[in-house]
Design a protein. Structure first.
Length: 484
């Protein structure tokens, strides 16, 4: 678990006046670049290869109404305990098989691999509590400040070392030159170790904050210990000898030792997750395994889930993905007979019917999912609008447009909805609104140049001063990414 990556755009320290000779300046510029490269490499090693925001297009984001609702439910009491309930914290799912989570800005990123590997809700709740500790403690900004200080120290010390090296070369003193280069390289290593040590301290702080949040919400810290035990086992199986001073997190055995005593003192230590929450957790795991893993991996997980509703859910999704809509529909109907008010079973039925080219029936299933969804997910509303649009019936065009617009108002970053909304507006002859919907899609995808082009085209067809015209102007005037 990491606190995100710090970014460096340029590294060009101002040179002292006495280093302005032609040859010396060239060497110093070369050194400055090298020192900057070493330091940036150190920062990447410290903070992990994680993105700075959800808009980073290198991050494979997963969008799913069911999973987002469940993980947000896990996080809600923790965020309240951390004093972050009204801070606009968002949970973002990353399609990555590794067990990891990290924070960037006001977002907590959780890998799908962590969700599948966690056998209980409590394990993921412990992960979320740890990441909430990073946000509440302001660790991201402090890490950036620490890196900035280390950068300054490394560059200044490196320049002094380079001065000694050049002086030794001019005087013919080989030993002095080598000593100077030693100062230069040593300063970068010292800066790197300083940052690593600082981050290990912050990890311990986040662990202890997580313990407080779990205690105040009446939850066990056993899931956190299970997670750290998993990390320790992974290190042991790798056969790699790890220098504890060369990593950004405390060694798993040390974390377990530090936290076990505190965890076992809690009256909530042996508390288990409610059965209905465990069932939803298992269904989430089966769903992720089906959509992101191999068929064999999904089948193995289903066998471990012992033939319950989660296994049946995973089997129905697997059947759907392997191209057998008739059999998938039959299995989904069986799920609905057991849980007729589960909105996500209705969602799956809608997906199966869309695959079978039965959009009118799919729309009814998505409408039922939307009605039953207690979280009023914009994703389900958009799926309903897309199914209505796919019928091709003129009488469905207006309700499809309304559903798409309402869904996007609830979830502006569900990119797939904008293309459908643009098509709906286009079929209705509202070209200006179609251009604006296309601009919005580009904007939230991070394609800011294209967003401005389509926004300008939209303005040519929209009434000046109208809400849509003003929104187009906002996109044109924007010179930065959406805030995360």
């Amino acid at each position: 678990m990491t606190a995100g990556r710090a970014s460096f755009h340029r590294c060009s320290p101002r040179l002292p006046a006495h280093f302005m000779g032609k040859t010396t300046l060239r060497h110093l510029r070369d050194f400055s670049r090298a020192a900057c490269s070493v330091l940036i490499a150190a920062v990447v090693a410290v903070t992990g290869s994680q993105p700075a925001s959800a808009q980073n297009r290198n991050v494979p984001i997963v969008r799913d109404a069911e999973i987002e609702a469940l993980v947000s439910e896990y996080a809600r009491p923790i965020l309240k305990a951390a004093g972050l309930a009204n801070s606009g914290i968002q949970i973002v799912l990353v399609n990555d098989p590794s067990f990891n989570a990290f924070v960037a800005g006001r977002r907590i990123f959780v890998n799908t691999g962590a969700l599948v590997a966690s056998e209980t809700p409590n394990e993921i709740i412990g992960v979320l509590a740890h990441e909430a500790g990073h946000i509440a403690g302001g660790h991201q900004q402090r890490l950036r400040d620490q890196i900035a200080r280390a950068q300054t120290i490394a560059v200044v010390a490196g320049l002094l070392g380079m001065g000694a090296a050049l002086g030794g070369a001019v005087s013919g003193n080989r030993g002095a030159g080598q000593a100077g280069m030693g100062v230069a390289m040593g300063s970068s290593e010292a800066a790197r170790r300083s940052i690593l040590g600082y981050q290990r301290t912050e990890e311990v702080t986040a662990d202890r904050a997580a313990m407080r949040y779990l205690e105040s919400t009446g939850q066990s810290a056993k899931g956190m210990l299970t997670t750290f035990s998993r990390f320790q086992s992974a290190l042991a199986l790798s056969g790699t000898r790890v220098d504890p001073y060369q990593i950004s997190h405390p060694m798993p055995r040390d974390r377990i030792a530090n936290l076990t005593t505190l965890a076992e003192k809690s009256p909530h230590y042996n508390k288990t997750d409610p059965d209905n929450l465990q069932q939803r957790h298992d269904m989430m795991r089966a769903k992720i395994a089906a959509f992101t893993g191999s068929q064999a991996a999904a089948a193995r997980l289903n066998r471990r889930l012992s033939g319950g509703p989660a296994a049946a859910y995973g089997d129905a999704i697997n059947t759907f993905l392997r191209g057998n809509p008739a059999s998938a529909l039959q299995k989904t109907e069986a799920l609905l007979q057991s849980m007729p008010k589960n909105p996500y079973f209705h969602e799956l039925k809608g997906e199966v019917l869309m695959r079978a080219n039965r959009p009118a029936e799919a729309a009814k299933s998505f409408a039922a999912a939307t009605k039953l969804d207690p979280n009023r997910s914009g994703i389900l509303q958009i799926l309903y609008g897309q199914a209505l649009l796919a019928t091709g019936k003129p009488e469905n065009l207006k309700p499809a447009t309304t559903a798409l617009r309402q869904g996007l108002e609830r979830d502006r970053e569900f990119i797939n909805g904008y293309q459908s909304l643009a098509r709906a507006y286009g079929q209705a002859g509202q070209i200006g609104d179609a251009e604006l919907a296309t601009a919005e899609g580009h904007y939230y995808s991070g394609n800011y140049q294209d967003a401005m082009i389509f926004a300008a085209r939209a303005q040519q067809r929209l009434q000046r001063g109208s809400p849509s015209w003003i929104r187009a102007q906002d996109i044109i005037s924007s010179r930065q990414k959406p805030k995360s």
